[in-house]
Design a protein around this ligand. Structure first.
Ligand SMILES: [Zn+2]
Length: 251
């Protein structure tokens, strides 16, 4: 029963994240009802949930019969599932609230970065503030200050990687949003796991980038979602700096 309520909460918030990711970069009204992309048909207020909309309308617009987009439906479903996974690992705790914060950030940035190659500053500021408040309640003020410094450190590391990349590629290597996002990594993972996460997400992004280069002849892919998937994964498995140092000693 608990799990079902958490899943439902995730899908409802997921439908809001769809809107934020799609509309915030264009400064559109977040409360306006959804329209059909091709005929401007307005959906009913209760169809803000794309899952509900999809099933009530059998996957087609009732007016022009065009197929509805499946991507927002999947986003809602995965937000719900990741909320449930977070709950099964952490229970009702501050860690759970941090974990669903990462999921929420991931879902919004997934949409805005893939749609427009944009990571909005508003989104980063909102979630970093949310994480800092939760950290103060979880580990106290002085530990939180150390985590903030580690965020600044990781931002610096990524900024340096960007400058190096720009120099080597003679063009833009990393988006400004990716660099700013590293603050969150340092804040939540600490400096050592944070640096490790940069390498790990590059390993995940590299093959996808190569496939994309081969198919689309276009080397630019949004890096933000890969970074955030890595952050979520490392946070969920609860890796700490000792694990990484031990792993390197074994090599
Ligand atoms: Zn339509």
């Amino acid at each position: 029963m608990h799990l079902f309520i958490i899943f439902l909460l995730g899908t409802l918030l997921g439908s809001f994240y769809n809107r934020v990711g799609k509309r915030l970069p264009n400064e559109e009204n977040l409360l306006k009802r959804d329209c059909c992309n091709s005929c401007e048909y307005k959906y009913k207020w209760y169809e803000f949930s794309h899952i509900l909309q999809y099933f009530l309308r059998s996957g087609r617009c009732p007016n022009c019969r065009k197929r509805l987009d499946i991507v927002p439906v999947l986003n809602e479903f995965f937000t719900g599932m990741l909320f449930v996974i977070s709950y099964s690992i952490f229970g009702l705790s501050n860690e759970f609230l941090i974990s669903i914060g990462i999921v929420s950030m991931l879902m919004i940035i997934l949409i805005s970065d893939f749609s427009y190659m944009i990571i909005s500053d508003e989104v980063l500021i909102f979630f970093n503030t949310y994480f800092i408040i939760l950290l103060v309640f979880t580990i106290g003020v002085s530990q939180t200050i150390i985590q903030i410094l580690s965020g600044v450190f990781l931002f610096g590391v990524m900024y340096f990687i960007m400058l190096l990349g720009n120099f080597l590629l003679k063009g833009e290597s990393l988006g400004g949003g990716d660099v700013k996002m590293m603050f969150t990594f340092g804040l939540l993972l600490g400096p050592i796991v944070g640096v490790f996460s940069i390498f790990l997400s590059s390993l995940i992004a590299l093959p996808i980038s190569l496939i994309n280069m081969y198919i689309n002849k276009n080397h630019a892919i949004p890096f933000g979602p890969f970074l955030l998937v890595t952050l979520l994964f490392l946070f969920l498995i609860g890796i700490d700096s000792k694990d990484i140092i031990e792993a390197f000693q074994m090599i």
